[in-house]
Design a protein around this ligand. Structure first.
Ligand code: HEM
Length: 299
């Protein structure tokens, strides 16, 4: 069995893979910005999960759209895009979901994830990575077919996958496993006639789009059926129990909460009453890795 890197080792290796000076910004998804909006859950979500933000009352959200890689990459570069959402509950707590544009996660251990990031920078390393992790090929091909790495016309037109399953507890105590997708609704129709083509074209486009009106997403949930594994980020679920859990509305940019020494950490293990974590080894690893990245970016 391959041993897993400590969070310190993982962050050092990921930062080395980008070959950029690493200052006060995120180790991954360094280029991005903050936005604000709201979320309203559906009656079906309230029936299946007792978490406060799913009870139908509008709650505020903080969103960060990002590119997956380096701080200095052009927005048109081949890369995944991220959409991190923090739901602010009426009791003052919050819970986060971090989505990215790849529908399939290609690895199931932290060491394999770090090797994949290292391999992404070089075709030779990629061949070696695939030789060591042949099971990654299918998901990588599927992500290619889904155009997950092709820069979208707009952050608002991409579909985002938070990957991990979370345990939902219903008001009557019934438990189920839920996986989310953020699906844009009406985004193509809201496309602007203007052309955006510079290095920061996604940021420029989204600012212009939001000035004209909000960007909306359906938060789709798939509930695991028999044989669907909630603890494996690579698993493909067969369940047809899929429903609309609510609408996420991004209304506009927000003042950068990190500008004057503030700190924002979107953490996929930050959950609230009614929501629990799976034993997915990638999910469990992330909090430690993010915390190491935070330690380095705040000095
Ligand atoms: C072992 C696997 C992973 C590692 C080691 C890892 C590592 C990191 C690190 C170090 C950061 C920067 C954190 C910060 O400084 O605040 C980050 C950000 C991010 N990661 Fe991951 N990640 C992993 C898996 C994933 C997965 C599975 C997803 C999505 C499904 C994801 C989506 C994101 C997003 C969207 C951000 C940006 C958050 C923001 O905007 O603040 N990551 N990741």
């Amino acid at each position: 069995m391959t041993s897993e890197p400590t969070p310190e080792q993982a962050i050092t290796r990921i930062q080395a893979a980008f070959g950029e000076p690493h200052g006060d910004y995120r180790t991954l998804h360094a280029k991005g910005a903050f936005y604000e909006g709201t979320f309203v859950g559906t009656a079906e979500a309230a029936k299946r999960c007792r978490a406060l933000h799913l009870q139908g009352e509008e709650v505020p959200v903080l969103v960060r759209w990002s590119n997956g890689g380096g701080r200095f990459a052009a927005d048109g570069a081949q890369d995944v895009r991220g959409m991190a959402v923090s739901f602010k509950l009426p009791d003052g707590t919050s819970t986060d979901l971090l989505g990215q544009t790849a529908p399939r996660f290609p690895v199931r251990t932290p060491e394999a994830f770090v090797q994949m990031v290292e391999a992404a920078a070089s075709p030779v390393k990629l061949v070696g990575f695939l030789a060591r992790h042949p099971s990654a090929l299918g998901p990588l091909v599927a992500n290619g077919r889904a155009k997950a790495l092709i820069a979208p016309k707009s952050y608002a037109e991409a579909t985002y996958y938070p990957v991990h399953a979370y345990r939902w507890t219903a008001p009557d105590g019934t438990e189920s496993w839920a996986r989310y997708v953020f699906r844009p609704s009406g985004a193509a129709a809201a496309r602007l006639p203007d052309k955006f083509s510079g290095r920061d074209r996604l940021r420029e486009e989204i600012l212009a789009r939001l000035a004209a009106g909000p960007a909306r997403y359906t938060v789709e949930v798939q509930v695991a059926g028999t044989g669907d594994d909630p603890h494996d980020p690579m698993s493909v679920w067969r369940s047809t129990d899929v429903f609309d859990a609510g609408t996420l509305t991004v209304t506009g940019p927000t003042a950068d909460p990190e500008e004057n020494g503030g700190l924002v950490v979107f953490d996929p293990t930050r959950v609230v009453d009614g929501i629990g974590l799976s034993d997915d080894p990638i999910l469990r690893y992330r909090a430690g890795a993010y915390s190491e990245s935070v330690t380095r970016r705040v000095g």
